[in-house]
Design a protein around this ligand. Structure first.
Ligand SMILES: [Zn+2]
Length: 194
């Protein structure tokens, strides 16, 4: 279980920003964990803004939606730099599907944290070929807190950290549907990888 760091209380002078990254494979509960952290900030009446890349239109346009339907409102943005303009005076910035942003998001996350905000990002750490996904390696490096969550291998029941693509399509961005991907452990991922 992730234990939140001290958040500096209500005095703006005491507010120290930092970066949290939640990563893992598909079906590992990344978005649920993001929502859990953001909901607790909402309940404490902190100002929370949530963003996601405009590319991810799988479900409802305005919501960060996890696979089990717990949803909170979010703003789709085209570029990571839009987040800097839109974050305003909020206390907490949530970013879902952060792996789809370009490397500019590393600079954006750092700038937000330096400005005293709590930045919480969730994203796939590996693509369907088992390679680090986009800006994730850099984000994991600059984060103060990293949480890797696991799914369960749909083939053998071990802990899973890979997203196995069932179809032959080699295109990098193929958004998740339950029938296109399976969570796999390392062994089962490489056994069947084409
Ligand atoms: Zn397995």
């Amino acid at each position: 279980m992730f234990i939140e760091p001290s958040l500096g209380g209500k005095n703006p002078k005491d507010k120290k920003g930092h970066i949290e990254v939640i990563c893992g494979s598909m079906f590992s509960g990344k978005t649920e964990e993001l929502i859990r952290r953001l909901n607790r900030a909402f309940i404490a009446k902190q100002k929370v803004e949530i963003f996601k890349p405009a590319i991810d239109t799988r479900y409802h346009e305005q919501n960060v939606v996890s696979h089990n339907d717990t949803a909170i409102r979010s703003t789709p943005v085209q570029f990571a730099s839009d987040i800097l303009l839109l974050a305003g005076d909020c206390d907490v910035v949530g970013i879902d599907e952060v792996q789809f942003f370009d490397h500019q998001v590393v600079h954006v996350a750092n700038a937000l944290a330096i400005a005293g905000k709590r930045v919480i990002m969730a994203g796939l750490d590996m693509d369907f070929e088992g390679k680090p996904f986009g800006p994730m390696p850099q984000l994991l490096s600059i984060a103060e807190y990293v949480t890797k969550v696991h799914a369960i291998c749909m083939k053998c029941g071990e802990l899973a950290s890979y997203s196995f693509r069932l179809s032959e399509d080699r295109e990098k961005v193929m958004l998740g549907e339950k029938n296109t991907y399976e969570a796999r452990c390392r062994k089962c991922f490489y056994e069947d990888k084409k």
